[in-house]
Design a protein around this ligand. Structure first.
Ligand SMILES: *[C@@H]1O[C@H](CO)[C@@H](O)[C@H](O)[C@H]1NC(C)=O
Ligand SMILES: *[C@@H]1O[C@H](CO)[C@@H](O)[C@H](O)[C@H]1NC(C)=O
Ligand SMILES: *[C@@H]1O[C@H](CO)[C@@H](O)[C@H](O)[C@H]1NC(C)=O
Ligand SMILES: *[C@@H]1O[C@H](CO)[C@@H](O)[C@H](O)[C@H]1NC(C)=O
Ligand SMILES: *[C@@H]1O[C@H](CO)[C@@H](O)[C@H](O)[C@H]1NC(C)=O
Ligand SMILES: *[C@@H]1O[C@H](CO)[C@@H](O)[C@H](O)[C@H]1NC(C)=O
Ligand SMILES: *[C@@H]1O[C@H](CO)[C@@H](O)[C@H](O)[C@H]1NC(C)=O
Ligand SMILES: *[C@@H]1O[C@H](CO)[C@@H](O)[C@H](O)[C@H]1NC(C)=O
Ligand SMILES: *[C@@H]1O[C@H](CO)[C@@H](O)[C@H](O)[C@H]1NC(C)=O
Length: 467
C-alpha cells in the first residue's frame, strides 16, 4: 500500500519530537501506563489513559480528544472487562504483547499482535491511532505496525480510519455501539460492510442481526443511498475494493484543525456524524442515518418504494405492481409489500419490457449480480433472457455509466431521493408497458419540489392538482 507523503512526514515529525503528557514525562518509547497517567499525542490532539464512563466507577483504557473539554471517548480497549479499582496497568509483557493488567498480575485484555518484536513500544499518533511498533524497525509504513487500534474500532470512525475488510489479515473493521453511556461493552447496534459473492458489498446498520439501514451499493461516485456524499470543500472520501481489501474512509481536506467523527449512537439508534464547533464549544450534528422512516430498511416492504412528502413517509408500489393487501396498504401498514398486477409468463420473456424509474436508492444487492464490463444494452439483454431477473441498471454511474448490475427476487428497500437518485429498469410483462401511471409520477414531482426548494406548499399543490 502506498503511504501518503503527509503520513510519512507526520510520522517523521513524531519521531523527532517528544510527546507531551499531562501527568507523566514520557517519550515515544513508552512501555507502560498506570491508571492516573496519560499519554498525549505529539500535537496534543488525542490522549490515552484510564477513564470511567458516565456514572460508572469501572475503569477502562481509552483514547479521547485531549483538547476537547467534553470528554469524548473514541476508542476503548477493555470494552467488556472493566477493572474495578485503580490498579490497572497497560504494559508490554516480556514476549512483546500489549496487555492490560489488573493488580499487576491478571490479564484483563490483550492486543493480538501477529508479529514478534524485540523492542516494542507504544505510540499514540495524532490521528488517534494507538500503535505498537518495533524500535528496531525504522520503517514508518502501516505494515511495520505490530498492532494498531485502528484495526479494532469501537463505536467511532475517525478521519483516516478504514471501515471494511482486510482480506489478507482476515480483519473486519466495523463499528459497534456502546451498551449505554455507562457501559462501553458492545450493544446491539453495529455498522459494517457485508460481503456478497458476485454482487456489490453494502454497509449495513444492524440491530442485532436485523437490517435497520443500509448504505446502498457504491456507484462509482458515492453509496447509492447516501446522495449527500458529494464533492465538498471539507471532506475527502474514498472507497476501495480489490483482492486485498474493501474499505470506506473519509479524511479532512482543510488545513485548519477540525475534529470530525462518525459514531454509532445507542440512544438514538443511528449512525451520526459530528464536528466540533470550536466557537460554540459543542459537537455539531451534521448527518444521521436512518434520518427518516424512508431510510429504515424495507419500510415499504418488497417491490415497494418510499417517498417523503411533507416530512411523512408514503409508500408506492413499483409500476406494474399492486399492494399484496389493499386493506392493510390503505391503513398505512406497508410492510406486506407489493405483488405483480399481471404474473410474469416466462415463455414469453422476449416480449417483456422494462420501465425506467429515476431518482432512486437502488434495491438491496443481496440477490444481485455484477459485471463491470457489460454495457447497459448488454445488461438489458442479459436480464431479459433470465426469467428470474427483476431489474437492472449500470453498475457505475461515472460519465455515461458502465457495467451491469442485475437483481433477482424481491426488490427491497427502494426509496426516492429529491437529488442524486439513480435510475433502475424494472421488468414488466408486455401487457403492462404503455399503461399510464400519472399518479405516482405527480407524487414524485411533489416530493422533489418540496424537498429541493423547501417550498412544501408548492409541492403539495402539484400533488393535489395532479392526483
Ligand atoms: C525513553 O524512555 C525509556 C524508558 O522508558 C528510556 O530507556 C529511553 O532512554 C528514553 N528516551 C529518551 C529519548 O528520553
Ligand atoms: C504476553 O501476553 C500474551 C497475550 O496475553 C500471552 O499470550 C503471553 O503468554 C504473555 N507473555 C508472558 C511472558 O506472560
Ligand atoms: C520492518 O517492517 C517491515 C514491514 O513489516 C518488514 O518488511 C521489515 O522486514 C521490517 N524490518 C526489520 C528490520 O525488522
Ligand atoms: C431492535 O431489535 C429489538 C429486538 O431484538 C427491538 O425490540 C427493538 O425495537 C429494535 N430497535 C429498533 C431501533 O428498531
Ligand atoms: C447520541 O445522541 C444524543 C442526542 O443527539 C447525544 O446527546 C449523545 O451525546 C449521543 N451519543 C454519542 C455516543 O454520540
Ligand atoms: C452556537 O450556539 C448558539 C446558542 O447556543 C446557537 O444559536 C448557534 O446557532 C450556534 N452556532 C452554531 C454554528 O452552531
Ligand atoms: C454495447 O456492447 C455491444 C457489444 O459489445 C455493442 O455492440 C454495442 O454497440 C454497445 N452499446 C453501447 C451503447 O455502447
Ligand atoms: C438466471 O440467473 C440466476 C441467478 O444468477 C442463475 O442462477 C440462473 O442460472 C440464471 N438462469 C439462466 C437461464 O441464465
Ligand atoms: C415481489 O415481486 C416478485 C416478482 O413478481 C415476487 O416474486 C415476490 O413474491 C414479490 N414479493 C412479495 C413480498 O410479494
Amino acid at each position: 500500500m502506498a503511504v501518503s507523503p503527509f503520513l510519512f512526514v507526520s510520522v517523521i515529525i513524531l519521531f523527532l519530537f517528544v510527546p507531551v503528557s499531562s501527568t507523566v514525562d514520557t517519550n515515544s518509547t513508552l512501555q507502560s501506563i498506570r491508571d492516573g497517567d496519560t499519554l498525549v499525542s505529539s500535537e496534543g490532539k488525542f490522549e490515552l489513559g484510564f477513564f470511567s464512563p458516565g456514572n460508572s466507577k469501572n475503569r477502562y483504557v481509552g483514547i479521547w480528544y485531549h483538547k476537547i473539554p467534553t470528554t469524548t471517548v473514541i476508542w476503548v480497549a477493555n470494552r467488556c472487562n472493566p477493572i474495578h479499582d485503580s490498579s490497572g496497568l497497560l504494559t508490554i509483557n516480556s514476549t512483546g504483547n500489549l496487555v492490560l493488567l489488573y493488580q499487576d498480575t491478571s490479564v484483563v485484555w490483550s492486543a493480538s499482535s501477529l508479529k514478534q518484536a524485540r523492542k516494542p513500544f507504544l505510540h499514540l499518533l495524532d490521528t488517534g491511532n494507538l500503535v505498537l511498533k518495533d524500535e528496531n524497525n525504522g520503517s514508518s509504513s502501516q505494515e511495520s505496525y505490530l498492532w494498531q487500534s485502528f484495526d479494532y474500532p469501537s463505536d467511532t470512525l475517525l478521519p483516516g480510519m478504514k471501515l471494511g475488510w482486510d482480506f489478507r489479515a482476515g480483519l473486519k473493521r466495523s463499528l459497534t455501539a456502546w451498551k449505554s453511556s455507562n457501559d462501553p461493552c458492545p450493544g446491539k447496534l453495529s455498522y459494517g460492510f457485508e460481503l456478497k459473492p458476485d454482487a456489490s458489498p453494502e454497509v449495513y446498520l444492524l440491530n442485532g442481526t436485523a437490517k435497520y439501514y443500509r448504505s446502498g451499493p457504491w456507484n462509482g461516485l458515492r453509496f447509492s443511498g447516501v446522495p449527500e456524499l458529494i464533492a465538498n470543500p471539507i471532506y475527502n472520501f474514498k472507497y476501495v475494493y480489490n483482492d486485498h481489501e474493501l474499505y470506506y474512509m473519509f479524511d479532512i481536506k482543510v488545513e485548519a484543525e477540525l475534529f470530525s467523527r462518525i459514531v454509532l449512537n445507542e440512544t438514538t439508534n443511528s449512525r451520526q456524524r459530528y464536528a466540533w464547533l470550536a466557537g460554540n464549544e459543542t459537537w455539531g450534528l451534521f448527518d444521521s442515518a436512518p434520518e427518516t422512516d424512508c431510510d429504515k430498511y424495507a419500510f415499504c416492504g418488497a417491490n415497494g418504494s418510499c417517498v417523503m412528502i411533507n416530512n411523512n413517509p408514503t409508500c408506492h408500489c413499483l409500476k406494474g405492481f399492486k399492494p399484496r393487501s389493499e386493506e392493510k396498504w390503505g391503513s398505512s401498514d406497508w410492510s406486506g409489500g407489493c405483488v405483480r398486477n399481471t404474473p410474469m409468463i416466462c415463455h414469453d420473456k422476449e416480449k417483456d419490457g422494462f420501465i425506467k424509474l429515476d431518482g432512486l436508492k437502488l434495491p438491496d444487492t443481496t440477490h444481485s449480480w455484477v459485471n463491470q464490463r457489460l454495457n447497459l444494452s448488454e445488461c438489458r439483454n442479459k436480464c431479459l433472457r433470465n426469467c428470474s431477473c427483476m431489474a437492472y441498471t449500470n453498475f457505475n454511474i461515472r460519465g455515461q455509466g458502465s457495467g451491469c448490475i442485475m437483481w433477482f427476487g424481491d426488490l427491497l428497500d427502494i426509496r426516492h431521493f429529491p437529488l442524486n437518485g439513480q435510475t433502475l429498469y424494472v421488468r414488466v410483462p408486455a401487457s403492462e408497458l404503455g399503461k399510464g401511471n400519472g399518479k405516482q409520477r405527480a407524487v414524485i414531482i411533489a416530493a422533489v419540489v418540496g424537498s429541493v426548494s423547501g417550498v412544501l406548499l408548492l409541492g403539495f399543490c402539484i400533488y393535489k392538482i395532479r392526483c
